[in-house]
Design a protein around this ligand. Structure first.
Ligand SMILES: [Zn+2]
Length: 311
């Protein structure tokens, strides 16, 4: 598949300080691994693009955007206890969000079929006017809103990060044009993502939460994919698939309590890629979210990349 990748050294300048799990080394570990395996050259590079303020406002309130900018300009601060901002965080966050927009444009222009966005800060916990859980701007939600603006009518978002994608769910809770599916450890941070959260109004039935108990394994996830997640996407017939690709459900992850192996990320990517080929000409954009074991993260990204490239 014609797969693009985006990465930039500016992401390393989002400084979360000592003792934070969401560190620049996460990205350098991934890049090093992809280089060692000669995978990096197989991707099409994606052009560097910062989201404009108007584009961030597709999801976020302008006063919140100004606040993030202000904190960065004064040298740093905290959005919540877990979510620090440093001098370059606003720029890095605009670049993370912008890469999703560039991927949508390149897919729509037919230059690529799929893309992997190796970005930080991550996005899926970020709410309209509040950053939380290491997330500043909701990269995947902004991309989905942008895609709707560009003429896509049906978008599916699959969030397989170990944490529930509360920010993304919130954004599309009343929206039938975006199917949001999250499989995550439950109960767990951020507390949302119960099975009875299914959407509201026009959006009722277009949110699917698949909560998994601590200790769930590859076999449990396979069952959930085969019985719930894949049929739901097939029934919806999306035009494009966006993945909130966190790798913190890996058994080596220090934050998550799920026991997935590296090969499970290969399995999930394979299933989703095959489905995307049928429903939407292979259109997939994968946004990096969590994943805090450097070893598990690098290995899982290698598996994820290989399947997308070879499909
Ligand atoms: Zn996570």
């Amino acid at each position: 598949m014609k797969t693009a990748i985006f990465y930039d050294d500016l992401f390393l300048k989002h400084d979360t300080g000592s003792y934070h799990p969401e560190i620049p080394e996460r990205l350098t570990a991934i890049i090093k691994r992809l280089e060692e395996k000669n995978l990096l050259d197989k991707f099409i590079p994606l052009k560097k693009r910062f989201a404009t303020k108007d584009e961030l406002e597709l999801v976020h309130h302008d006063s919140y955007i100004d606040y993030v900018q202000h904190l960065a300009q004064k040298g740093g601060g905290y959005l919540d206890g877990d979510t620090p901002i440093s001098k370059y965080s606003y720029e890095a966050a605009k670049l993370a969000a912008g890469s999703g927009l560039e991927a949508i444009d390149e897919i729509q222009n037919g230059n690529i079929e799929s893309a992997i966005l190796l970005v930080r800060p991550p996005g899926h916990h970020s709410l309209k006017s509040r950053g939380m859980g290491f997330c500043l701007f909701n990269n995947i939600a902004i991309a989905a809103r942008y895609a709707l603006q560009k003429g896509f009518k049906k978008i599916a978002i699959l969030d397989w990060d170990v944490h529930h994608g509360n920010g993304t769910q919130d954004e599309f809770y009343k929206d039938k044009n975006v199917l949001f599916i999250s499989i995550h450890q439950f109960p767990f941070y951020p507390g949302t993502g119960a099975i009875d959260e299914i959407g509201e109004g026009e959006g009722k039935g277009y949110t699917l939460n698949v909560p998994m108990p601590r200790g769930s394994t590859d076999a449990d996830y396979k069952k959930a994919f085969e019985n719930k997640i894949l049929p739901k996407i097939i029934e919806y017939e999306p035009e494009i698939l966006l993945i909130s690709a966190g790798f913190d459900a890996h058994k080596l992850d220090p934050l998550g309590g799920i026991e997935l192996s590296t090969s499970m990320y290969e399995w999930m990517t394979d299933k989703i890629t095959k489905l995307a080929k049928e429903c939407c000409n292979g259109k997939i954009i994968s946004f990096l979210e969590g994943g805090y074991s450097l070893k598990a993260l690098a290995e899982s990204l290698e598996a994820h990349s290989t399947v997308l490239l070879d499909s």
